[in-house]
Design a binder for this molecule. Sequence first.
Ligand code: ADP
Ligand code: MG
Length: 355
Amino acid sequence: MTKITLENISHSYDGGKTWAVTDINLVFESGRRYALLGPSGCGKTTILKIICGALRPTKGQVYFNDVNVTDYPPERRNVAIVFQFPVVYRMSVLKNLLFPLMNVDIPKTEKLKKAYHVAELLGIKNLLDKPAHRLGLADKQRVSIGRALVRDVDVILLDEPMSSIEPDKRYELKRLLMEISKDMKKTMIFVTHDQTEALTFGEKIAVMSANGRLLQFGTFEEIYHSPAHEFVGFFIGFPGMNIIEGRVIKEGVDLGPFKLTLKERKLPLRIGEEVKVGIRPEHVRIALSQTEGYIPFDVVYMEDLGRRSTILHLRNQNVLIKARISEEVAGISKVWIKIPEEYVIFFDRSGRRVA
Ligand SMILES: Nc1ncnc2c1ncn2[C@@H]1O[C@H](COP(=O)(O)OP(=O)(O)O)[C@@H](O)[C@H]1O
Ligand SMILES: [Mg+2]
């Protein structure tokens, strides 16, 4: 069982000119499942390499169960890593599975038992004597995962393991990983840029920004309903949160063509300061005729998502808003909207949540 603590981790690949990740603080509790979510290039792989010991961070410390392992080589960390592109050796699937046990001091029969057990778990028993390098990508990835599982590691890191797999085989692999990980009691960190994968896999999700900073660490519920940063609101959701720029006025926020009047909420900003209003498409109220307190918007585009769900792309001067509706609507060119105060998340100019 291993708890992993990252303390003030920053990494630069070019001697401090640019930073791949900056000031990351995270605690991964022992035996739990986590997702590390962020756009391409945000530093996810860098963090995994720092955890497994392939990379020494420029700054900061890594602890395993409160032991400082920052200077430990990978062999001393007991971590397995599964990469985006499956890594298999040019030998049979069985030999691939036995490979990580080569230097483990247990009888051959024990090793075979472990290999068969893992093959069973991963549904590759029928492939054991096939040459691994001739398999399709999805099966190759199963073998890679098998090689990670066959050792008694405490920590398994998965770096976008699904993204190179044929799309029609991803679901099956995802289900399998979920099943295995649930009763494995290993600390697992699953890296992805796909929010659905993060949500399915991670009990808690760490969301990173494009520039290598940690923006929020929480359950999907928390990051969905209480984004700590504008980017989290925008990045999570289908489509993401609307972010409308405005200025603080006495009665609320001036959004240009209309005002958002606040009765309950207080903003910790001065009058005249910039503020960003975040509202999820499903929380925008829609009226199909003129209604007291509602603002007229032109319908620019209707995106039918099926199952009685439509995204309306709306415009009023320079303000663009997406709204989700579940009623049947056809051929409408104008709607009236209301932004309910209770659902708004306010961000300051830098994107940090302020209310
Ligand atoms: N070996 C390397 N040398 C120089 N820059 C690198 C290296 N690996 C990654 N980077 C840079 O560090 C940043 C983070 O990369 P990475 O951790 O691979 O992100 P992600 O896995 O989220 O896509 C990117 O800007 C990338 O170009
Ligand atoms: Mg990566």
